[in-house]
Design a protein around this ligand. Structure first.
Ligand code: IMP
Ligand code: MG
Length: 333
């Protein structure tokens, strides 16, 4: 197996960042490449007592042997990217494609007010307005920005060369299936397609060069911002269950609901998933916290997993049991 694509199955914040950082270390890919919208994404990664919040840099940056790259389909905020590279010690191994679009001050300004902010609950990161400018063919490209010159690389060429040499490549998505501009709950969506096909297009990976598609679902559903959420719990109910969470980028409280099989089934279809990852199993079943072997979890937790496999006809291979990178049950091995 050489190429693995990881995407979110619900509304983002499924815990992809942690799963990707686990895979980045465990599978030791040569390249970790990020697709998706832009710095509207936020991943939280915990390594020992260090907590990283990443918005632009690929979540796999903790593997120091890998080159981390941002694909041409992603819009980049140079300030955010350069700060993350610096703060997270990823200098010399972080790259952006020459054709990444650039978020400028005017995009931040227009994203922080008006329709997008009020009606859609946009993250205010400038991502949507920059993608609109890209569609209008007026957006600045990374190759025109001096501060990025030392990071510029041909990402599709790097990715496809590595695959043809049978090297492992890890492709990371952002947001989640139902925030896709094509397949989500329009208009309450992000400004790109963020299903596996869209993520692959973002990095220049053709459909025949994908070996595994891992769709990540949290053990319950959350949604930040506006838009439909079936069977939404009141904030009180969510708090009682321990499901109350706050956004990585915006700090807003996330809305919550039970695991949704209808959405999950559709996400499996839209992404042609070959594997499922379930995160935060320990939040539903506290006795699972920190467990690393399937044999060790309760019968109740096992039935939760097996019911998902049964209903979705796809194996659950990677299970998150806590916030740390190695709080994982890896059933591939
Ligand atoms: P925008 O992409 O910032 O315009 O936001 C559009 C909608 O997608 C809003 O409801 C955001 O809260 C949501 N959204 C965008 N990116 C993410 C993400 O990475 N995780 C969760 N929600 C997101
Ligand atoms: Mg997030």
């Amino acid at each position: 197996m050489t190429s693995t694509v990881v995407v979110g199955g619900f509304f983002g914040d499924e815990g992809k960042g942690k799963i990707i950082s686990y895979l980045a270390i465990k599978d030791n890919p040569k390249i970790i490449v990020r697709g998706g919208a832009g710095p509207n994404a936020g991943h939280t990664i915990r390594d020992g007592d260090k907590v990283y919040k990443v918005r632009m840099l690929p979540s796999g940056f903790l593997n120091k042997n890998a080159k981390v790259m941002v694909g041409p389909g992603v819009v980049v905020n140079p300030d955010v990217l350069l700060k993350e590279i610096q703060d997270f010690g990823a200098t010399g191994r972080s790259f952006v494609d020459k054709n990444c679009g650039i978020i400028e001050e005017k995009h931040l300004t227009s994203d922080s007010k008006g329709e997008l902010k009020e009606k859609i609950g946009s993250t205010g990161s400038g991502t949507g307005p920059a993608n609109a400018d890209r569609a209008m063919r007026v957006l600045k490209m990374a190759k025109e920005v001096d501060v990025l010159s030392s990071l510029i690389i041909d990402v599709p060429d790097e990715v496809n060369s590595a695959i043809s040499q049978k090297e492992n490549v890890l492709v990371e998505g952002t947001q989640g299936t139902f925030l896709s501009l094509w397949h989500g709950t329009y208009p309450f969506v992000t400004s790109k397609d963020v299903t596996a096909s869209g993520i692959c297009a973002d990095v220049g990976l053709g459909p025949k060069n994908v070996d595994e598609v891992i769709v990540v679902f949290k053990a319950y559903v959350t949604r930040v911002g506006t838009g439909p959420l079936a069977n939404e719990l009141s904030l009180e109910e969510a708090e009682k269950k321990g499901w109350s969470e706050f956004g990585t980028v915006t700090g807003r409280q996330r809305r919550a609901a039970d695991f949704d099989f209808d959405l999950a089934r559709r996400a499996i279809m839209l992404n042609s998933a070959t594997q499922i990852s379930i995160t935060k199993l320990d939040v539903l079943f506290p006795a699972c916290a920190g467990k690393t072997s399937y044999a060790e979890i309760s019968d109740e937790a096992k039935s939760f997993i097996e019911n998902i496999e049964d209903k979705l006809k796809t194996p659950v291979t990677i299970i998150g049991t806590g916030p740390a990178i190695n709080d994982v049950i890896d059933r591939r091995i």
